[in-house]
Every structure is written in C-alpha cells, then in structure tokens.
Design a binder for this molecule. Structure first.
Ligand code: GLV
Ligand code: MN
Ligand code: MN
Length: 431
C-alpha cells in the first residue's frame, strides 16, 4: 500500500475485482464483437439487476426508481442529504465495455472499500446506475438522469421514438417500468448534497500527456437533428444526370457542409457529425428518392452550438432548393453545455494534491448524466484515460490500473466532501 493510502486510512481499489465486474457487465450484450446494451432493453435491466444484487449482497439497501435508475445506499450518521456517485449501464451499438460502466464499477468498488473498512461518514453515500444515458436509441441522451433532474416528464416519453418507431414510454413498459409514474423519480435538492461521476475520457488528452486523471470543468452540449430529404427515385440508367433529384447527392453535400461549418475558424472547437444515413429505396439500380440524415452538433459554447445548427439548416434548405428536393427537419435533442461547480472541482483537485495524484483540468466532449444531475445537486467529474482516445467502438479501452487510480481518487473525494459539507465550512457553493 502506498504511504498516501495508509495516510487516508482506506484500502486501495482492487484491480482484480474491477476487472471481474467489467467482464461480468460486458457479458450482458446483444453482440459478441463489442458490447450492445441499448437503453430500456431486457439486457440493460439485467445489468441493473447485477448492480443491485452485488450491492445488496454487500449489505446495502437497494432500490430502483420509476425511470429505471438503480440505487444502493450506505447509511451515514444523518439520514440526508446524501453524497452520490455512479454513471450509466447502457451502451451504443457495438460499443466498448467502459463508457458509463467504468463509473458504475468504480462506484461499486468504493462501496466495497467503505463497507469492508467500516469507514464512518456523516452523509449517506449513494451509488447510482442511471438508465438510458446514451442517445443512440432515442436521439436524446440521458433519459434516466434527465427524469431525476426534473427535465423530462411522462408526456415527453411518448414523443421520443427509436428508429423502429418504439417510444421511450413503450420501451419502458416492455421492461416492467411505469412511464406514467416517472415524476416520482425526481431528485429533491434536500435529499442530495453532492454527486461525483467517474467516466472514461473518450478523448486522448490524458494519454498524450501521461496524466492519470482529469477533473472536468465543462461538459459539451449537443443539438441533434433528423433531416429528411425528398427527391425523386428513378432508373439509374434511364435518367440523364441533369434530370435527377437525387437524395443521396444532396445528403452528401449537406454532410460536407456540416464539416465545413464546424472546421471554419469561427467555429473552432465545434464538432458536427452525420452519424447515420438511411436511403430509400436502397437499390444499386435506383436513384435514391429519399434520404434521412442524423446530425449531432457538439460544443462547449452554447451560442456557437445553436448557430452551427441554424447555419446547417439554412444551408440544407439552399442545397435542396438548388437540387429540386424538399426537406423536413426535426430537432431530436437540444442540450446546453454545462459548467461544473468550481468549489467541487477544487475539492477533487485538493484530494489529488494530498494524495500526490497528478491531474489536469479538461472539458468533456461527450454528454454525461452529471450534466443533468448538476441542475439539482452540485456535480463533479473525474476522467480516466482512454487508450488512443477511442470510445463508442469495441476497441474502447482503459487499463484497470488507471481505473484503480480514478477509483481511489473517487473514494477519497467522496469522503473529503462528506467531511467538508458536514463541518459546514463549504465554500461558495453557488459557483
Ligand atoms: C454520450 O455518450 C454521448 O454520446 O455523449
Ligand atoms: Mn457515457
Ligand atoms: Mn456514450
């Protein structure tokens, strides 16, 4: 054990245990090449049951709310408010095994460390697995945490649909959840004091600088659009080039326009992506009559994010007019960037300093549950390195040693917050 760990009186995270949990969660997957565990599916629920089963076996009280978020609690000296940690258990299609899961597994290991070391704390400590974080299925991300933050309610759940037309509400019903009661899943500000989420970086800043942990200052927002282009399907041989209304070539031009706008100097830092393209009728011998594009625009600057979307929509209209197509645009999701509270970031940084853990402050390009949760409880985020910066792909990887460093920091940060908030000496909690 390192001198620092002896000093703080906690045993270190167990890499064997972290590996075991990561492997077990990865087994709940539709695919064998990469993990596929979409929001509000039986596989996601099975992963949630594994979370609550493991933690109740450790002696924790566990429960699941109406949104499908799962919880486990170690009682504190006072009944409330709680200090929380956790992340999500769903994945995008053909994902890796770390996005979200790393934070849940770290939380579970912290629970084990606290129980086995019989560490006393004033606040209850809650471990959370959020449901439906990935926007991959329904377009909008963070369903469970949005509900917890009071940003999404029952009527919204009937409107959001996956590509097969299944609404979030119906998907919830199909796995035994009740979408009409999600208001009961809302977190109360009296019940929560602080929340810290560990997550993989999903970029390569930490790896490139050989720094073991990141402390997140900003979380990018995202605007997601579905653009339907209606041209004219007809014979690829019989139709002269000048008589076409080809939905595919219009889609290609719009995709390049998104890239142009995002790489323009005025948009430095914007990311715009067409991640999915569907063509009809989809035959090698027929000019595509319709195209559907899914666009994801991310930014840490909310004005620039929205301006990018407006520029792209205007440009798409001009392209369609020139090419003789019509179009419809629907906004699938629109989430603002979030600045995480400075005092909480400083607290985590102080723990890094005390334990000799090198860190850097960095923004998050991805969305996170903490982005929503921060609306009702001050939230902080710890990043651990992603090998080659890869994420949302089967090759996503974080070494278990790096995850253990982040887990140790997480455990100590939760206890440091417990001490500081219990002493009443905290700080400008408004910034
Ligand atoms: C969440 O994983 C995102 O796509 O940012
Ligand atoms: Mn994630
Ligand atoms: Mn993700």
């Amino acid at each position: 054990m390192s001198p620092t760990l002896v000093e703080t009186g906690l045993p270190p995270a167990d890499t064997g245990r972290l590996t075991h949990l990561l492997t077990e969660f990865a087994g709940h997957s539709e695919t064998t090449h990469g993990v596929t565990r979409l929001a509000y599916t039986p596989l996601e629920r099975a992963a949630h049951r594994m979370f609550t089963d493991e933690l109740s076996a450790l002696g924790l009280r566990t429960w699941t709310d109406a949104a499908g978020n799962s919880y486990a609690e170690i009682a504190g000296g006072r009944p409330a408010p709680a200090i929380g940690t956790g992340s999500h258990l769903d994945s995008v299609p053909n994902a890796g095994r770390f996005d979200g899961i790393a934070g849940v597994v770290a939380a579970m290991e912290v629970a084990r460390i606290l129980v086995e070391s019989d560490t006393q704390h004033t606040h209850p400590i809650r471990f959370v697995a959020f449901a439906g974080e990935e926007g991959a299925r329904f377009g909008q991300a963070c369903t469970g945490s949005r509900i917890a933050a009071g940003l999404l309610d029952s009527p919204d759940l009937a409107d959001l649909r996956d590509t097969r037309g299944v609404s979030v509400a119906d998907a919830m019903r199909s796995v035994g959840l009740d979408p009409d009661r999600v208001a009961e899943a809302r977190w109360s500000t009296d019940d929560w004091a602080a929340f810290v989420e560990l997550h993989i970086e999903q970029g390569n800043v930490l790896e490139a600088q050989a720094i073991p942990v990141g402390i997140v200052d900003l979380i990018s927002g995202s605007t997601r659009l579905r653009i339907d282009l209606h041209g004219r399907a007809s014979h690829t041989g019989g139709t002269p080039m000048h008589q076409r209304a080809d939905a595919m070539t219009a889609a290609a031009e719009i995709t390049l326009l998104a890239e142009d706008i995002a790489t323009d100097a005025r948009h430095h830092g914007t990311r715009a992506t067409v991640g999915r393209l569907e063509l009809e009728p989809g035959s090698i011998t027929t000019i595509p009559g319709t195209a559907r594009l899914y666009v994801d625009i991310r930014d840490v600057d909310s004005d620039r994010q929205r301006l990018t979307a407006v520029e792209l929509m205007d440009g798409a209209r001009s392209i369609c007019e020139r090419r003789g197509l019509t179009l419809e645009i629907e906004t699938l999701g629109d989430t603002s960037p979030v600045v995480l509270p400075v005092w909480l970031r400083r607290k985590i940084a102080d723990v890094c300093t005390t334990t000799g853990t090198r860190y850097r402050v960095l923004p998050s390009g991805a969305s996170h549950d903490s982005q929503m949760i921060n609306k009702v409880v001050p939230a902080g985020m710890i990043f651990v390195p992603s090998r080659n910066g890869l994420s949302h792909v089967p090759d996503e990887w974080t070494s278990v040693e790096d995850l253990a460093v982040g887990t140790d920091l997480l455990a100590r940060s939760l206890l440091a917050l417990d001490r500081e908030l219990a002493s009443g000496t905290t700080v400008e909690t408004t910034c």
